[in-house]
Design a protein around this ligand. Sequence first.
Ligand code: 0O2
Length: 221
Amino acid sequence: KDFKDFEEIKTELVRFMMRYKLALDEFNKRIEILKHEFCQIHDYNPIEHVKSRLKTPESIFKKLKRKGFDISLSSIRENIQDIAGVRITCSFISDIYELSEMLQAQKDIKLVACKDYIKNPKTNGYKSLHLILKVPVFVSGKREETYVEVQIRTIAMDFWASLEHKIYYKYDKDIPERLMRELKAAADSVAELDRKMENIHKEIKHLKEAEGIDEKVDFDD
Ligand code: 0O2
């Protein structure tokens, strides 16, 4: 009997997670199309890389406990909005906002929430644009709106966040004040670099426009 129960739970879980996997696949296709659209408009590829992941059952369970939600599939479906996660690394800050607009302009994608940690960075210096979207997926012929969390950031923001994640993010004690200041200072340097690159990019764009240069896009660049 135990084995039968286990098999039933396993089948249910696999089906449950499949929905999020389908949402990721669907979303990644959209990104690929948007990349081409963007290239048509601006003559360059704004996306450096795209990474997607499914939250592990352990991590889902921990989040349910931490936030005090029920432990059930329906509770997970309603309360955990980052089971399907996509991180898009862009070249310039302006690309982040343009890409976000393009995503939100898709008729069947719904914006559930937007957290702009670029305009309002976290106290440690973390910057990124977070969108919670609902993406339609078809499971056994039935349309199901599924949450996808999208984090959009520049290469510089990603560099900082990746290293900070390694060093501190899941460190559950208070970080000493001095190290907190150093971390914030590193985030400020990274932001300064982003501003500089954005300005150079804009100036070159204006120069090109003035000279009427037509650029050829190479997706591997
Ligand atoms: P992982 O391992 O990347 O999946 P909560 O999820 O409750 O902490 P909330 O409000 O649901 O918070 O989400 P929020 O604030 O939008 O941020 C969640 C995700 O953003 C995290 O996912 C991280 O990926 C990233 N993030 C947020 N703050 C920081 C930070 O200070 N440093 C770094 N490096 N990343 C951050 P997970 O699931 O916590 O982690």
